[in-house]
Design a binder for this molecule. Structure first.
Ligand code: HEC
Length: 264
């Protein structure tokens, strides 16, 4: 015999129509419209609220769409590498550390141009081809090293020995990026460890110096190298940790401290 009267709370809940009737009787819609409370305020009608809501929605859409409230493109913290928005900068590969980028390019050029003679570990063969591992002409002045690659070499080398007809010019087909890459690679691989980068700008200078040689087109000799090319190639150094475009090897502008990416 459970009577609803024994549970007044539920009684109200079960009798919603009754509750609604009581509320309706206390404040019918007609009484709400145009009502002024004793403190002077009036209830806002549903119609006014609806119009207001629509206006806010449209205005928000216009302002928000124009990027006034927030802008996806600026939603990153300074110093953090920002992932490009979808479709943005598709042509740009993600930047990489300069040394790693130059080394990657250099490894390809070494495999294509040098490995046949100097060997996979740059040890040469001890008879016809000298080692580049430990070579002071590879790790020493960059202009001398560049002249050997671009013109070939005839006669005694850094160790005083001569190897057959010498080394033919390797300049054919090499871009400044290729020259910079392979020089950086040989200088920092096979146990060589100069820790520096031969930049694209330095390689461009090397091509000009090579073309301006008095004996252009002929192999260089130890005598010419010593007389004219015991120099560092001109050009500002590049921080090995600076970020570069791995294809063009040019520094990428970042929000990192200016010291990380020296201006060209
Ligand atoms: C066709 C074979 C051949 C190729 C290819 C070749 N070299 Fe050589 N390289 C030689 C020979 C031979 C010598 C020794 C020249 C001499 O006796 O004057 C030499 C000497 C050198 C020297 C001087 C080493 C020293 O200690 O004095 C360097 C540096 C060098 N090569 C770098 C390179 C690089 C870098 C490449 C690739 C871009 C390359 N060579 C491609 C055959 C080659």
């Amino acid at each position: 015999m459970s009577s609803p009267n024994k549970m007044p709370f539920f009684k109200d809940a079960y009798h919603m129509s009754g509750a609604q009737r009581r509320v309706g009787a206390a404040a019918p819609a007609s009484a709400v419209d145009g009502r002024v409370d004793s403190n002077g305020t009036a209830p806002v009608s549903l119609g006014v609220l609806t119009v207001f809501g629509v206006v806010v929605l449209i205005a928000g859409g216009i302002l928000g769409g124009a990027g006034r409230f927030f802008d996806y493109r600026t939603m990153f913290r300074a110093g953090y590498e920002r992932i490009p928005a979808p479709g943005e900068g598709d042509a740009q590969p993600p930047p990489k550390a300069a040394l790693a980028s130059y080394m990657a390019r250099g490894a390809k050029i070494y495999a294509a141009k040098c490995i046949v003679c100097h060997g996979p570990e740059a040890k040469g063969d001890g008879i016809n081809f000298p080692a580049l591992a430990g070579s002071t002409w590879a790790t020493g002045e960059t202009q001398r090293f560049a002249m050997i690659i671009l013109n070939g070499l005839q006669g005694p080398i850094s160790n005083g020995k001569s190897y057959g007809a010498g080394m033919p010019s390797q300049a054919a087909g090499l871009t400044p990026e290729d020259v910079a890459g392979v020089m950086t690679y040989v200088r920092n691989n096979f146990g060589n460890n100069t820790g520096d980068i031969v930049t694209v700008a330095m390689a461009k200078a090397a091509l000009e110096i090579s073309a301006a040689r008095a004996k252009a087109g002929q192999q260089v000799t130890a005598a010419e190298l010593t007389a004219d090319h015991r120099k560092a190639l001109p050009g500002p150094p590049l921080d090995p940790t600076a970020l570069v475009n791995p294809i063009t090897l040019t520094p990428v502008r970042t929000s990192a401290p200016a010291s990380a990416a020296p201006k060209p």
